[in-house]
Every structure is written in C-alpha cells, then in structure tokens.
Design a binder for this molecule. Structure first.
Ligand code: DLL
Length: 430
C-alpha cells in the first residue's frame, strides 16, 4: 500500500469521510452560488450533515449542469488559485471543464501513486505512458503518479504505434499505461513487425482504463503481453484516473478518503444497497477548485464491502459494464457493448476487434456485429467461416436474447483507435 489509510479500520475511515464531507458541503454552500441554490431547494443546510447517511439528502450534479455553467461557473476557487485546467470533449454540446488547485494536484498525484503501487511500481521501473497527453486527463494523471513513486516516465502519448514499440523495447519499459484497445493494437503490431514479446520486451504490468474491457480482453492482454493487468478507473469531472484502482486480488478499490461512491437506481435516484447494480454516483470530499456533490457518472456498477485479501479496507466497485448512455436498446432489449465483447472473446478464432452497427429495418431495430477473425481462421476457408458465423449468432442469441447478424471480416480491416475505442455505429434516425 502506498498510504496506510487504504487499510485503516472502517470507523477511522468513515469518521474522516464525515469530517471532509461536512467541510465540502460548507464550502460549496458559501462559495458556489449553484450549490447554495440547490441545497436551499433541497432544504439542506450544511450544519445538518452529521453522518454519511446524510449524503442521500444532497442534490445530484449532472454533466449537463457542468456544461450549463461552462467554463468555470462551478469552480469554488478564483482562477488565481487554479494551476491546471483539463477538459473532456463530449460528443454533443460544450466540453466539460475541470480545474485543479496546487492541493488538488497533490491529491491527484497521491491517488495515482496508490494506483501505481497496485503493481509495486517504483524507482526501478520505466513507465511507458501511451495515454494521450493534453486536455484528456489520462496522460498527465499517470505521468504525475509514476513520477511520485520515483519511476522513469516515458511520456510517449498516443499514436505512432511502431515508434512506441521501438521505444518500449529500447528503453526497457517495465510498465505500460494505455487504453485496453490500444494495448491490443500494440500487441498486434508488435507481432506483425516481428518482435518476440518475451525476448524484446521487459513489460511486467499494464495499467488499463478509460474504457470498459471484458474478461476476455483482459485475459488476452494478460496472456499476450505476459503482464499483471491493473485496472484504472476514473473520470475527469471527479479528478481523472485515480478514482479507483485494481489490486492483485482483482478488486477495484475506490479511493474513498477522497471520493465517496454510492450506487443509485438511475430511474428513481434511490440509493441501492451494496451488491446491487445501478449508476455510480461520486462525491468529492477533498477537491478544492471543483468540488462536486453526488456526480452522476452514468457508469453502471455495484459496490462491495467484504474484506479484501490485499488488506485494503476501501470499498470496491465492480468493473464498469458500460455507461447508461452507451446502452443500446434493441427492440426493447438492453444491450451493452461489453456483453457483445464477452461473447466474442469466448469463441476461438476471433480477435477482440469489433464494431456494433445498429440500424432500422422498417419498424424493427437490426443489430450487426462486425468482427475480425484471426489469420488462422481466415485461412480455413469459406465453409469454416460460415460455421463460425452461425455459431456466433447462436451464442449472441443465448447471451443477449436478441437476433444479431454477424459479419466476419478479414484480419486488420477495422479501424484501430489510439485512445478510447469507438465500438458503436448507430445508424438509426434520432
Ligand atoms: O477516461 C480518465 C481515465 C484515464 C481513467 C485513464 C482511466 C485511465 P474521461 O475521459 O472523463 O476520463 O472519461 C470518463 O470513461 O465515466 C467511464 O465511462 C469510462 N472509464 C474510465 N475508466 C474506466 C474503466 C477518463 N476502468 C469515463 N472501465 C467514465 C470502464 C471506464 N470505463
């Protein structure tokens, strides 16, 4: 563990959370007119926050509200105390802008150091950081965390796959940080370029996040690169990466002394008990520039509080299965891209490179999955491919309860992403 608080007794941790929550509500009430109005409307005065149970009385904050207050309307500090600004580009409307004071940067480095510690990253490591540097929080978030634990960081950022491989080999990278889809792409190109994974690379751990990855994709990455897979979860509105990190026992621990998670029913807003699936909501309790009350992440997960063998007492969240706004409703049935990926990675002969195409035919939605087969399967000929296609369509029906048309495509024909993979093409009229 990087910080003993990660394994502190629950009472101690919760007492700290309550103190910090009280201070946060007090601050936003006095410093952010938006929150004063919302708290007044909800009939909550800051001095009524006595325990964690009072969290549920606080109003939610949504991405739309951040946008409505573009760019700095929700900041709780004047700009002269802000030392960094990041922004995430949405697909629609204005970007979301987030700010950090020097203390926020300190917290961010701390939670990223804890993340790095999940694979014992330290001064002997060379961290190849292929998350995008820039307005996206991935690059700089990992950068500061790796520096904090004393590792040598290679700030390679995204793109330029072949050059990345060359640097990874020549600099002796022991740790890779990037999206799971880009890690897969790096592996494919490494093979194409004739690298011998075990002889040419020294990788021992990979920090993968920013997008969902099915069990199958995780296993493919662990086996192909021969590394410890560490999951990183986070979002710019809360801090960036560093909200939660995966331990060696496969639990994704939330840095609860800084971010308090809840799971709610996305329809009613009611808080759900541990173990139930719903939307993850997060309250920051140490952020200065942009404190956020009950941020609706739209990410679907569950929380678990059973003790973890790693010794951390921090609550763990299940890997995000998808975003509620990524969920496709196909003829009334809910489908997450991760469920499709799960089926694809169970079947031999395919690669985890796929896209989902949704269209309308008459009144009905039609879902197609295009997936690349591997070289060996491709060489097997038409008959084998036809059988594989039928088998996949049956598996999809069994798992997703809908009819899916599968299109098997040649290896390396679908577009690769350098950052977050774009898996869905929705052609239905809005
Ligand atoms: O993606 C921060 C990040 C960078 C996390 C690098 C991990 C590694 P945003 O661009 O604001 O921030 O996107 C946040 O990405 O709400 C999730 O939907 C998704 N996401 C992030 N991590 C995971 C993960 C960064 N481990 C949005 N699994 C979040 C699934 C993830 N989805």
């Amino acid at each position: 563990m990087w910080n003993p608080i990660e394994g502190a007794p629950r009472e101690e941790l919760e007492a700290l959370q309550v103190r910090r929550l009280q201070a946060t509500v007090e601050r936003v009430y006095h410093l952010v007119p938006f929150y004063r109005k919302k708290l007044d409307e909800a009939g909550v005065s800051p001095d009524e926050i006595k325990g964690l149970d009072d969290l549920k009385r606080l109003p939610f904050t949504t991405k739309q509200e951040l946008r409505d207050n573009y760019p700095f309307g929700l900041f709780a500090t004047p700009l002269d105390q802000v030392v960094r600004i990041h922004s995430s580009s949405g697909t629609t409307g204005k970007p979301t802008v987030v700010g950090y004071t020097a203390h926020d940067m300190e917290v961010w480095s701390e939670v990223m150091a804890r993340t790095m510690k999940m694979a014992d990253v330290g001064p002997k490591d060379v961290v190849h950081n292929a998350y995008g540097y820039g307005l996206f929080t991935g690059g700089l978030g990992f950068h500061y965390g790796a520096e904090r634990v004393g590792a040598a960081v290679v700030p390679s950022s995204g793109g330029f796959t072949k050059r990345q491989l060359l640097l990874m080999k020549d600099f002796g990278a022991t740790v890779l940080c990037c999206t799971p889809s880009f890690a897969l792409h790096l592996f494919e190109v490494a093979k194409e370029e004739g690298y011998d994974i075990e002889r040419d690379f020294k990788l021992r751990a990979g920090f993968f996040g920013a997008e969902p990855a099915s069990e199958g994709l995780r296993k493919a990455l662990t086996d192909s690169w021969k590394i410890q897979y560490v999951e990183a979860y986070g979002l710019s509105e809360i801090i960036g990466p560093g909200v939660a990190a995966g331990c060696r026992h496969g639990r994704l621990h939330v840095m609860e002394d800084h971010f308090i998670p809840e799971i709610i029913d996305p329809e009613t807003g009611e808080v759900l008990p541990d173990g139930e699936e719903g939307e993850l909501v997060i309250t920051t309790v140490t952020k200065q520039a942009l404190p956020i009350l009950r941020y609706r992440t739209k990410d679907i997960s569950r929380l678990h509080r059973e003790p973890c063998a790693c010794g951390r007492t921090l609550v763990s969240m299940e890997s995000v299965k998808g975003r509620s706004d990524d969920m496709l409703i196909v003829n009334g049935v809910n489908v997450f891209p991760s469920q499709v990926e799960h089926v694809l990675t169970k079947v031999e002969g395919l690669t985890p490179n796929y896209v989902i195409v949704v269209d309308k035919k008459g009144l009905l939605d039609k879902l197609e999955v295009w997936v690349e087969v591997d070289d060996r399967t491709f060489a097997d000929g038409v008959g084998a491919l036809e059988n594989l296609k039928k088998r996949l369509e049956q598996e999809m029906l069994n798992e997703l309860y809908i009819n899916v048309k599968v299109k098997l495509v040649e290896p390396k024909t679908l577009e690769r992403s350098m950052g977050k993979a774009q898996r869905i093409i929705d052609k239905r009229p809005a």
